[in-house]
Design a protein around this ligand. Structure first.
Ligand SMILES: Cc1ncc(COP(=O)(O)O)c(C=O)c1O
Length: 409
C-alpha cells in the first residue's frame, strides 16, 4: 500500500504551503509493522535495527519495544543512538573505524564490535587494554563470504561475494580466529561471525544466505575447536519500489530461521534490517508548483525534490506516489497551470535533469496547488540526500500518532 494513511493524508492536505515539503511519519503504523516483524521471528533470533536507514530520534524510540538493539556504523551514529535510546544494546559495525570512534564506543560500554579487518582487530585490542581494561568487549568477525548458489545475483547492493571494502577476506579467517583464541588478545571475546552480504533480497534468497553463513561459520569454529555463540546474518530485506504492495515475507523468513535454529540449539541468530523496517512508515509530501509540456510529455514541478528525497535518484526507480487534489480556492491572480494529458512526470526544483521523483504517473487534470505524497520515504530518504544543493529550504518533519498517544513532535 502506498496511499498515505488517513492521518498522513489529512496532514499532507492541511499543512500551510510554507511548511511544505514535509516528511510525515506514521508512528502508529511503524509500531504495528515492527510488532508484526518481531512476532514473525523465532525467540532466539535477535532483531537489531540498522540505524543508518533512518536515525530520527522519534523513529529510534518508537522501535525500542520491538528491537533487541541497534546497529551503528559510525562514531556519529553511535553518539546519536546512545543519546536517543539510552541504555539500548549497540553493535558497532562499518569499515574504517577510527581510533577515536573505537575509543568512544569502548567508553560507552558497547558490547559488540563487528570487526572488519585484521588491522581493526589489532587496534580494538590495543585500545581495549588502554581505555577499558576492566571490560571484555565481544567481537563478531565480519566476513565477505562467497555464496556458491549465486543468491546475491539479484541484489543491487551486493557487499559480499566479490571484491569490496567490507569485512574480512575468508582467506584470513584462520589467522584472525587464532589471534582471538591463542591468548594473543584475551581482552576480546570472540562471539562469532557477522555477514551482511547484500540488500534487496527476498525471503528465500536471504534464508539461503543465512544457511550458508551459519554453515561456514560453524565449520570455522569447529576447525579451531571453539564454539561460536552468535551469528549475525545482517539486513537486506527487500523493499520493492516498483511493486510496493509486494512485501518481504517475514513469516516465511521467520519460519526458515526457526528451522535453522532448531538444527543449532546453542546458537543465537541476529538480523539487522534497516530499510524493510522503516521505509513504509514515511511519506514526503509536497505541492505542485507548475505543470508544463515538454516535447510531447508533461512535467509537474513540485516544491523540493531529490535533494530531500534522493532515494529514486540513487536507486533509479520511480517513487510510488499519490496525488492529493486540493479543494482550496486558487489564491493567485494569475491562472493556474494544469495537465492536459493523462500522465505527468514529477520533477523537483533542482537545475539538473536527474531531479526526477517519479515518471509517467497517471494524474489527469493535475493542477498547480495540488499536493503529492511520495510513499516508502521512511528509509534512506532524507538522511542520504544532498540537502544543501541549491539552498532551497529544508522540509518540515512530523511524527504522527493517534490522539491520546502523545503529541506530534
Ligand atoms: C552492515 C549493515 N547491516 C545492515 C544494513 C541494513 O541493510 P538494509 O537497510 O538493506 O536492511 C546495512 C546497509 O547498508 C549494512 O551495511
Amino acid at each position: 500500500m502506498t496511499a498515505p494513511t488517513e492521518q498522513v493524508r489529512r496532514r499532507a492536505l492541511s499543512l500551510p504551503f510554507e511548511e511544505l515539503p514535509a516528511y510525515l511519519y506514521d508512528v502508529d503504523a511503524l509500531r504495528t509493522h515492527a510488532a508484526a516483524v518481531r512476532s514473525a521471528l523465532p525467540e532466539r533470533a535477535e532483531l537489531y535495527y540498522a540505524a543508518k536507514a533512518n536515525p530520527e530520534p522519534e523513529i529510534l524510540a518508537a522501535l525500542a519495544p520491538y528491537v533487541d538493539g541497534y546497529e551503528v556504523s559510525s562514531g556519529g551514529e553511535l553518539a546519536h543512538v546512545a543519546k536517543a535510546v539510552p541504555g539500548s544494546a549497540l553493535a558497532f559495525g562499518g569499515p574504517g573505524k577510527t581510533p577515536a570512534e573505537i575509543t568512544a564506543a569502548l567508553e560507552l560500554g558497547v558490547a559488540r564490535f563487528h570487526v572488519e579487518s585484521v588491522y581493526e582487530l589489532r587496534m580494538l585490542a590495543e585500545l581495549t587494554a588502554r581505555v577499558a581494561p576492566a571490560s571484555r568487549p565481544g567481537v563478531l568477525l565480519r566476513f565477505n563470504l562467497p555464496l556458491a548458489d549465486a543468491s546475491l545475483r539479484g541484489s543491487q547492493l551486493a557487499m559480499g561475494g566479490r571484491p569490496t571494502p567490507f569485512g574480512l577476506d575468508p582467506a584470513e579467517a584462520d589467522t584472525v580466529v587464532r589471534l582471538l583464541t591463542d591468548g594473543t588478545y584475551p581482552q576480546l571475546e570472540l562471539l562469532g561471525v557477522h555477514a551482511h552480504l547484500a540488500s534487496g533480497l527476498d525471503a528465500a534468497e536471504l534464508l539461503a544466505s543465512a544457511e550458508a553463513v551459519v554453515a561456514w561459520s560453524l565449520g570455522l569454529a569447529e576447525r579451531h575447536g571453539v564454539r561460536f555463540r552468535e551469528v549475525n546474518v545482517g539486513g537486506g530485506m527487500d523493499v520493492d519500489y516498483a511493486r510496493p504492495e509486494e512485501r518481504f515475507d517475514w513469516a516465511a523468513y521467520g519460519a526458515g530461521l526457526s528451522r535453522l535454529l532448531d538444527r543449532h540449539p546453542e546458537l543465537t541468530l541476529r538480523i539487522e534490517p534497516g530499510r524493510a523496517l522503516t521505509a513504509y512508515c514515511g511519506w514526503y509530501a509536497t505541492e505542485v508548483l507548475d505543470v508544463k509540456p515538454s516535447h510531447g510529455e508533461e512535467f509537474a514541478v513540485v516544491r523540493g525534490g531529490t535533494h530531500h528525497l534522493r532515494t529514486p535518484a540513487t536507486k533509479g526507480h520511480d517513487q510510488p506516489c499519490t496525488v492529493l487534489r486540493s479543494d482550496r480556492p486558487w489564491p493567485h491572480p494569475w491562472p493556474r497551470s494544469a495537465a492536459t494529458g493523462e500522465r505527468v512526470t514529477f520533477a523537483g526544483q533542482l537545475c539538473t535533469p536527474k531531479d526526477v521523483l517519479s515518471r509517467g504517473v497517471p494524474a489527469a487534470g493535475l493542477r498547480a496547488g495540488d499536493r503529492v505524497a511520495f510513499a516508502l520515504a521512511g528509509a534512506y530518504a532524507w538522511n542520504i540526500s544532498h540537502h544543501d544543493f541549491l539552498m532551497h529550504p529544508r522540509p518540515t518533519f512530523h511524527f504522527l500518532r493517534a490522539e491520546g498517544h502523545g503529541a506530534e513532535a
